[in-house]
Write a protein that binds this ligand. Structure first.
Ligand code: NI
Length: 199
């Protein structure tokens, strides 16, 4: 996901070991090879990603640092595996303000609770370059996932992190933020994108 404005949103990673897992991430993510980001209307963006199993461990360990490197380079605040052509249920996010880092890699993320209250954020997507639109989603979510060590964790998020997690989990289900817009608004945006791609 892309956000033009950074909010003061903060998420909380529950459970011990969260800080441990984040330590050391920044060294690997800078050296990892960058991956090309698939651009709408690439059909892989519409595919349903499959759950990560223990047999995928090596692939995920190789993938995640490259996903972080690619996301930071873009720059974006979230990236899903579909966007770089992998159909594993893996997302990376970092909504920390500039000059700070709070990388979180989520394996098999699922929303296990969401607020009835909604919030509207302006969203963009690295796969739909330079287009932004306001999207309304549940204001708060609780997401269960596994970390890189396979440890089950939960994260409660509001604000930008909440929107970002929902946006990235949507990607794993082949859903894009433009799907939330009215047909009129969506067609307008996508025509703009098609025009920009011809340039
Ligand atoms: Ni996106």
């Amino acid at each position: 996901m892309l956000a033009r404005f950074y909010s003061d949103a903060r998420g909380r990673v529950a459970g011990p070991g969260a800080a441990d897992y984040m330590r050391g991430m920044s060294e690997t993510q800078t050296a990892a090879p960058l991956l090309p980001i698939l651009i709408y209307p690439d059909l892989v963006l519409r595919k349903h990603a499959r759950p990560v199993t223990p047999a995928d461990a090596d692939e995920v360990r190789r993938l995640v640092p490259s996903m972080f490197a690619t996301m930071y380079k873009a720059p974006g605040i979230g990236l899903a595996a579909n966007q770089i052509g992998s159909l594993l249920r893996v997302i990376v996010v970092d909504v920390a303000p500039k000059d700070e880092q709070n990388p979180i890699a989520l394996i098999n993320p699922e929303i296990i609770a969401q607020s009835a209250e909604t919030a509207t954020q302006e969203e963009g997507c690295l796969s739909i370059p330079e287009l932004y639109a306001e999207v309304t989603r549940p204001a708060r979510v609780k997401v269960r996932y596994q970390d890189l060590g396979g440890v089950k964790k939960e994260i409660e998020a509001d604000g930008l992190l909440s929107a970002c997690l929902q946006h990235e989990i949507d990607h794993l289900n082949g859903v894009l933020f433009v799907d939330y817009l009215s047909a009129l608004k969506r067609n307008m945006l996508l025509r703009k994108l098609a025009k920009a791609q011809k340039r």
